[in-house]
Design a protein around this ligand. Structure first.
Ligand SMILES: O=C(O)c1ccc[n+]([C@@H]2O[C@H](COP(=O)([O-])O)[C@@H](O)[C@H]2O)c1
Ligand SMILES: Cc1cc2nc[nH]c2cc1C
Length: 390
């Protein structure tokens, strides 16, 4: 078994003044550490493949940390990107846009679901207002609140995508750079697992539109009930997605432009965060439809970034399943969640911890004096650790 020092967070920090979506090449997972993990899985006291997806996850984690066995996580950070959307005025949500700012206060007070679930797994929550519809930014800047809030605020609400572009070119570049900056800040402060989430009334409409455009689907295939809309709002939402798709269709070959035209500042910041986390060799758990729409675009902008992600949760939103299929990822938890904030992804943290601990701490057949040789015709199981996505 070969163990090498982790390269986690070691290279290519973002230049905050860089414009556009140019991202350094995404490094691959460490194949030596993965081979060592795969070998170690065969030596542990269990039938081959008996730990199911935990085995694949442990191999992925070894590759991400470039060490076998992988280490326990030292610092898990949930980052909630908050932003409003002009398309909410089209009647696409069950709630008014005011709720976005109100929920940002709730996050700060520790009373939201993401706060509760983060506490359960020992993660800290950071909330970043990139485009809430208030005159001044609602959240402090930087990891410790010491940076200027204005540095992270791209604009006040994103544009109404069924009628106009979500952002100007300069705003889109700024939003993507803010996401990359947040990833750098978190990783430089020691984060070794990132859990991006979001909050924004109306944001399932741009998310569904992005997925439809990038996966060549019809509005009817991607539209979901979001916060719980009735049939009348569902029709308005489907029409808004149709109209936004008409505006975005000429740009489907350019995921950054798709995010600019039919996405929003929050979606671009999420994409930047996801791309830069991969550049910085830092694993990420994906959440619901908004994070997965951003992830789909981020993989197009920074090819190979998806190697660094695991799908935490299956959302009830159809567009999320379409995005995950396109990324080749299968969610760990399927519990009917449709909240966002990073909540579904946080539910998956114990799976990752279990994968790390079993690979690191289980006895081998030799150590335990257990015969690892199966009877002829037995012990093969239906699957050993797979080579593909965790
Ligand atoms: O993560 C998901 O899959 C998800 C599914 C449905 C709703 N949401 C959350 O609900 C809000 C968007 O819903 P809506 O109906 O206003 O578009 C936003 O704050 C999201 O975090 C999130
Ligand atoms: C109350 C509320 C909380 C949320 N958290 C994420 N999206 C949300 C939408 C609403 C409406």
């Amino acid at each position: 078994m070969r163990c090498r020092p982790s390269g986690s967070g070691s290279k290519d920090p973002v230049d905050p003044d860089a414009s556009g979506s140019a991202v350094p090449a995404v490094p691959p997972l460490d194949s030596d550490a993965m081979a060592a993990a795969r070998q170690r899985q065969t030596e542990l006291t269990k039938p081959p493949g008996a730990l199911g997806r935990l085995e694949d996850l442990s191999i992925w984690l070894a590759g991400a940390q470039a060490t076998c066995p992988p280490r326990p996580f030292a610092r898990i950070r949930a980052v909630v990107i908050a932003g409003d959307h002009g398309v909410a005025q089209a009647g696409v949500s069950a709630f008014p846009s005011d709720v976005t700012a109100q929920m940002v206060s709730n996050f700060a007070a520790g009373g939201a679901a993401v706060n509760v679930l983060a506490r359960q797994v020992g993660a800290a929550v950071r909330v970043v207002d990139v485009s809430v519809d208030t005159a001044r930014p609602l959240t402090p800047g930087g990891v410790d609140g010491s940076a200027a809030p204005e540095r992270y605020r791209v604009r006040r609400s994103s544009g109404r995508i069924d009628r106009t572009d979500a952002l100007s070119v300069a705003e889109a570049d700024a939003a993507f750079a803010v996401g990359r900056l947040i990833a750098d800040e978190e990783i430089d402060a020691g984060a070794d697992l990132l859990v991006p989430g979001e909050m924004g009334i109306g944001n399932t409409t741009p998310a569904a539109t992005i997925v439809a455009l990038l996966c060549d689907r019809e509005p009817i295939e991607v539209v979901g009930r979001g916060t719980g809309i009735d049939d009348q709002r569902w029709m308005l939402k489907t029409a808004a997605i149709r109209d936004a798709m008409r505006r975005g269709r000429p740009f489907t070959g350019d995921a950054h432009s798709v995010l600019r035209i039919v996405g929003g500042a929050d979606l671009l910041a999420l994409a930047g965060l996801l791309a830069q986390s991969a550049v910085r060799r830092t694993p990420v758990i994906l959440d619901g439809v908004i994070v997965c729409a951003a992830a789909l675009a981020a993989e197009r902008i920074a090819p190979g970034a998806s190697q660094w992600w695991v799908a935490g949760t299956r959302s009830t939103e159809p567009a999320q399943g379409i995005a995950l299929d396109a990324l080749g990822l299968t969610p760990l938890v399927d519990a009917g969640l449709r909240l966002g904030e990073g909540t579904g992804a946080l539910l998956a943290v114990p799976f990752l911890r279990a994968a790390q601990a079993t690979l690191a701490e289980m006895a081998t057949f030799d150590q335990a004096g257990v015969s690892g040789k199966a009877e002829v015709g037995g012990g093969q199981g239906d699957s050993g650790p797979a080579a593909g996505a965790p």
